[in-house]
Design a protein around this ligand. Structure first.
Ligand code: KG4
Length: 338
C-alpha cells in the first residue's frame, strides 16, 4: 500500500492541489488568477475570493487526474505560511475541513521549505534528487535567500535580502519600463535579443552572504529618467538592451554571494528554487558555475519554480513520515523566517 498525500497551496495568487504516492507525483493542478493583471500586482482581497471559487474544482481535478478516490488519501499537507493572510485562510480552512471529514492527519508546510524541497518531486522512480547537505539559492517575488539544507526539516539561512527580493527587482524595473506585472518573465524574453554590456547599473556592497536590490532599482530608474530627458524614445529604442543589462546585473549579484557561500562551505551540491529560478540567465549561470567547479547542480523544471502544490505535497510527505502533524487549531501565519 502506498502512502498518498494530497497537497494544497494557496499562499498567493495560485490555487493548486497535487497528489503524490510514495513521493512520486500523480497530479499537479494549478489555477492561476488572471484577475490581478489590470492592477499591476496581486490584490489580496481578490486573491482570496478567487481561491474560494477555485479550491473545490482544483482539488477535485487533482484527485481525478491521480486516479484515486478521497478515501485513499493518508494525509493532507497544506501551506500554512508565509503568504497573504486571506489566501492562506482559504487553503487552511479547506484542508482542516477535508482532514476532519476524511479523518486523516493534517501536515502543515512552510511555503519556503516547499520551494526548497521541490527538488524531491519525483516524476517517476528514476528522478534524481539532491543529497544532503546542499546549498539552495531560493529566489522569488518575496524572498532571496541562500539556504543550507541539512535534511528535509533542518534548513539554515546563510544570507538573505535586506530590502527587495530578486523578483521584486525584476518586476519593479519592468514596471518603470511600462511593462505589465509580473515583469520578470517579460524581461527574460526581451533579454534574449539585447546586448547585456550596453548599460551598467550599480551593484551592492553588502557584508557576508546578504543581498540588496534596492540600489540597483534606483540606478535603473535614474538611467531611464536621465536618458528620457535627452531622448523621449529611449526606452522603446533600447528595451532589449535594458532588459539584457538588468538581467545580467541581477544574475551577477545573485551569483557573487551564492558562489562565495559555496566556496566557504565546501558543499558540492547546489540548487535553485522559487519563481526567479525560471530565469534563463540565472539557470545558465548556475549550471556554468557548477560545470566549472565540478559541482552537481539541480535546476528545477519550470513548472516547479512557480507556486505549486506538488512541492507542498512532497514536503508534507517527509513530515508525515516523521509523524509531525499539525493540530486543527493552528492558524496560518503570514510571515516567518525559516
Ligand atoms: O515564487 P513565485 O512564483 O511567487 C512569489 O514569490 O510571489 O515568484 C514570482 C516571481 C515574480 O517576481 C516573477 O517576476 C518572477 O518570479 N519570475 C521571473 C521569471 N519567471 C518568474 N523572473 C525573472 N525571469 C523569469 N523567467
Amino acid at each position: 500500500m502506498s502512502t498518498i498525500i494530497l497537497g494544497i497551496e494557496s499562499s498567493c495568487d495560485d490555487t493548486s492541489a497535487a497528489v503524490i504516492a510514495d513521493g512520486v507525483l500523480k497530479s499537479n493542478v494549478i489555477a492561476s488568477q488572471k484577475v490581478h493583471e489590470n492592477y499591476g500586482g496581486v490584490v489580496p482581497e481578490l486573491a482570496s475570493r478567487a481561491h474560494q471559487q477555485n479550491i473545490v474544482p482544483v482539488v477535485s481535478e487533482a484527485i481525478r487526474q491521480a486516479g484515486i478516490s478521497k478515501q485513499d488519501i493518508d494525509a493532507i499537507a497544506f501551506t500554512r505560511g508565509p503568504g497573504l493572510p486571506g489566501s492562506l485562510h482559504v487553503g487552511t480552512s479547506f484542508s482542516k475541513g477535508l482532514a476532519l471529514g476524511l479523518n486523516v492527519p493534517l501536515v502543515d508546510v512552510n511555503h519556503l521549505h516547499g520551494h526548497v524541497l521541490s527538488h524531491f518531486i519525483k516524476d517517476d522512480e528514476s528522478t534524481e534528487v539532491p543529497e544532503f547537505p546542499f546549498l539552495c539559492l531560493l529566489i522569488s517575488g518575496g524572498n532571496s535567500q541562500i539556504v543550507k539544507v541539512n535534511s528535509y526539516s533542518d534548513m539554515e539561512i546563510l544570507g538573505q535580502t535586506i530590502d527587495d527580493a530578486a523578483g521584486e527587482a525584476f518586476d519593479k524595473c519592468a514596471k518603470s519600463m511600462g511593462l505589465p506585472y509580473p515583469g520578470g518573465p517579460i524581461i527574460d524574453r526581451m533579454a534574449q535579443e539585447g546586448d547585456a554590456t550596453r548599460f551598467k547599473f550599480s551593484k551592492p556592497h553588502i557584508a557576508g552572504y546578504n543581498y540588496s536590490f534596492s540600489g540597483l532599482k534606483t540606478s535603473f530608474l535614474y538611467t531611464l529618467r536621465d536618458e528620457m530627458k535627452l531622448n523621449p524614445n529611449f526606452i522603446e529604442e533600447n528595451k532589449n538592451h535594458l532588459a539584457a543589462s538588468l538581467q545580467k546585473t541581477i544574475v551577477d549579484i545573485l551569483m557573487d554571494k551564492f558562489s562565495k557561500a559555496v566556496k566557504d562551505t565546501g558543499i558540492k551540491t547546489i540548487a535553485i528554487a522559487g519563481g526567479v529560478s525560471a530565469n534563463s540567465g540565472v539557470r545558465n549561470a548556475v549550471q556554468e558555475y557548477a560545470d566549472r567547479r565540478h559541482l552537481k547542480a539541480f535546476i528545477p523544471k519550470r513548472i516547479y519554480t512557480t507556486d505549486n502544490a506538488a512541492m507542498i505535497a512532497v514536503a508534507g510527505y517527509y513530515k508525515f513520515l516523521d509523524k509531525k502533524f499539525c493540530d486543527i487549531t493552528e492558524p496560518p501565519f503570514a510571515r516567518v523566517i525559516i
